[in-house]
Structure formats: structure tokens, C-alpha cells
Design a protein around this ligand. Structure first.
Ligand code: TYM
Length: 329
């Protein structure tokens, strides 16, 4: 079976609708057709300052959400990045192959470092190289992510190719697996920028009170027109709501447009609030259940880490050998 690998940061505790529709939903379906590796990337999280207690708790909360959303630890390998030291080890090797200018061209680094008031750490700069290590260690064929990760995937392929041509074929060149309709979910208050925890005004969180989420949806920014049509250029807000609605219900956007003919934005928003509530309520219940037994949760993650290390260790051993490190024996 082809391999997939993907990761998500535990930084915020709760995932948001963009994470779910852009990536996590695909994680769940791909575990049936692929040999899947999914990790909570706590090493990436510390590229910006984290409170240690909160980070530890958010890592568990993240794992609980992945399970609650349908990741089945018997079908997919679910693990925490820091449990598999090979990620940091391969990252070092790849850093030595990365150009300074090449890393500096990453738009996410430019955005994040521009937004950050505190001193920008070197880890934020090398972040995409660690991401490349995550992917290449598992020889992944596909990497299910949202649109914002496309450039990091390109870097990953470049580094893999560079390593392969310098040292002999070692890594598979992975492909981004980006959904067509939900690759970029927009902020409800600013439907021209992506939904993101770093600009939290119009973010719908999976773990927030559904009543509050429904209220956010009702007060989503829309244009001054009346007609419900899909037109991302002229009607960014309404179009974003239609995409979310469609993804959560399985109804096509065309079908929704037809169904809402003659109705107003208020009707659409109110109904979408209900659709979201219906989707998220059982997810929240399951998250609570998983978190009620942290020892069991940790056991699931320990099993995942063991399986992950098995694969990652083999790749790293080949890399160390190819690079010319003297074996330790
Ligand atoms: P992160 O934690 O920011 O986001 C997790 C996933 O959610 C997607 N996403 C979105 N998709 C659509 N619309 C949005 N508004 C939206 N916001 C976020 C992201 O594209 C991502 O797929 N660098 C990665 C984590 C990572 C990783 C990896 C991913 C580390 N190692 C290896 C893949 C493979 C990140 O920060 O994602």
C-alpha cells in the first residue's frame, strides 16, 4: 500500500475548521487506502515560545481530537514527533543541504517572522527542513495538507532530490495531496485571508462551545448583496460559507445554491451553524472520553511511536551510512 504522512501542530489546543477541512478529513479517509503515519508535531510547536505545561496538555488534546475525528490507531500509526528522535536527527543532515536563501524564501517563515514581536528564533527559519525530515523518513508517497503547505512540499522534494543525486537514491519524492474544494478555508471575519489561529477573529474551533461557534457563523462577514451564489472573487464570504456547508454535508455547492434560491444570507448562516453543531457535538463528546483516560491515550501514542521508529530508524541508518558517518559499534 502507498504511504502517507502528515503532521499537525498542537500549539492551539483546539484544531479549527480549516485544519479539519483542509487536512484532517483527508487523513481519515486515506488511512483506509494507505499505510498512514500521522504525527502531532511538538518539535515544530516550540519554534515559538510555549508554556511547558500547556504544550504537554495540548499534545494530548491534539491526539484526542485526531482519534475523535476518526483516526483509528489500528489502521494508522499515530504518534508524537518528539517520541521519534530520528526526526531531529535527519533534520540536521537536511539542514546541511539547504541553502540559506532557499530557506529564506519560504513565505510562511516570512509571514510568521514579520508577525512575531518577540525575537525570531533560528528554529522558525529551519522549520520547513524539519518538516521535510518528517516526510522523507517515512518514504511517503502522498502528504495530505492544505494549500498553505504547498511550498514546504516543494522544498521537501528539492531536498530529497539533492540528497539522492549527491549520495545515491535514498528518498522517495513525495507529492502533496491537497483537496480541490477545501484547500483553503477562509477566516469568517476576513474572508480574503485564510482561517488561522494566529489571526483569531473569525476562526471556528472544533472544541469551542458550539453555541459560540454558531454565533460566529451567524456574524460572518458577507457582502451587501442578497443573492446566495458561489463567486469567490465577488462574494468571498458567502462562497466560503458554501464551501464549508458543502464539505460538512456532502451536498454540492450547486445543490446548495439551488436550495437557497430566494432565501437570505441569514438563513444560510443559521442553517450552517446547525450543521456545524451537529457535526461537532459527537466529536467533542469523544474528545472528552479520550481525555478522561490519559494513561490509555499515552499507551496508544507509545505504540504509534514504536511503529514509527521502526520505519524512521531504517531510513536514518541508510542516510547516516550514505553520508559517511562512522558506524558506532
Ligand atoms: P498546521 O498545524 O498549521 O496545520 C495543519 C493542517 O491544516 C491545514 N490548514 C488549512 N487548510 C485549509 N484551510 C486553512 N485555513 C488551513 N489552515 C491550516 C494545513 O495546511 C495543514 O495541513 N507545517 C505544518 C505541520 C507539519 C507537517 C509535517 C505537515 C509538520 N510536519 C509533515 C505535513 C507533513 C503545519 O504547520 O500545519
Amino acid at each position: 500500500r502507498p504511504r502517507v504522512l502528515s503532521g499537525i501542530q498542537p500549539t492551539a489546543g483546539s484544531f479549527h475548521l480549516g485544519n479539519y477541512l483542509g487536512a484532517l478529513r483527508q487523513w481519515v479517509t486515506l488511512q483506509d487506502t494507505h499505510d498512514a503515519f500521522y504525527c502531532v508535531v511538538d518539535l515544530h510547536a516550540i519554534t515559538v515560545e510555549q508554556d511547558p505545561k500547556t504544550l504537554r496538555q495540548n499534545t494530548r488534546v491534539s491526539a484526542a481530537q485526531l482519534l475523535a475525528l476518526g483516526i483509528d490507531p489500528d489502521h494508522a500509526t499515530l504518534f508524537v514527533q518528539s517520541h521519534v528522535p530520528e526526526h531531529a536527527q535527519l533534520s540536521w543532515v537536511l539542514q546541511c543541504l539547504t541553502g540559506f536563501g532557499e530557506a529564506g524564501r519560504m513565505t510562511q517563515f516570512k509571514d510568521k517572522s514579520a508577525r512575531q514581536e518577540a525575537q525570531v528564533g533560528v528554529g522558525l527559519f529551519t522549520y520547513p527542513i524539519l518538516q521535510a525530515a518528517d516526510i522523507l523518513l517515512y518514504q511517503a508517497h502522498h502528504v495530505p495538507v492544505g494549500e498553505d503547505q504547498r511550498q514546504h512540499l516543494e522544498l521537501t522534494r528539492d531536498l530529497a532530490q539533492r540528497f539522492n543525486s549527491r549520495y545515491g537514491r535514498t528518498f522517495r519524492l513525495p507529492e502533496a495531496y491537497i483537496p480541490k474544494d477545501t484547500a483553503k478555508i477562509y477566516d469568517l471575519q476576513d474572508p480574503t485571508s485564510k482561517m488561522s489561529k494566529s489571526v483569531p477573529s473569525g476562526v471556528v474551533e472544533l472544541l469551542e462551545d458550539p453555541k459560540r461557534a454558531a454565533k460566529k457563523i451567524r456574524s460572518a462577514v458577507t457582502d451587501t448583496g442578497r443573492e446566495i451564489t458561489y463567486d469567490p472573487a465577488a462574494k468571498a464570504g458567502v462562497s466560503n460559507l458554501l464551501v464549508i456547508y458543502s464539505a460538512l454535508t456532502g451536498r454540492t455547492v450547486d445543490d446548495l445554491v439551488a436550495a437557497y434560491e430566494g432565501k437570505g444570507y441569514g438563513d444560510l448562516k443559521k442553517d450552517l451553524g446547525e450543521v456545524f453543531t451537529e457535526f461537532v457535538t459527537p466529536v467533542q463528546d469523544r474528545v472528552r472520553q479520550y481525555l478522561a483516560d490519559p494513561a490509555e491515550l499515552d499507551k496508544v501514542l507509545a505504540r504509534g511511536a514504536e511503529r514509527a521508529r521502526d520505519v524512521a530508524g531504517r531510513t536514518l541508518a541508510r542516510v547516516y551510512d550514505r553520508v559517511g558517518f562512522l558506524p558506532a559499534r
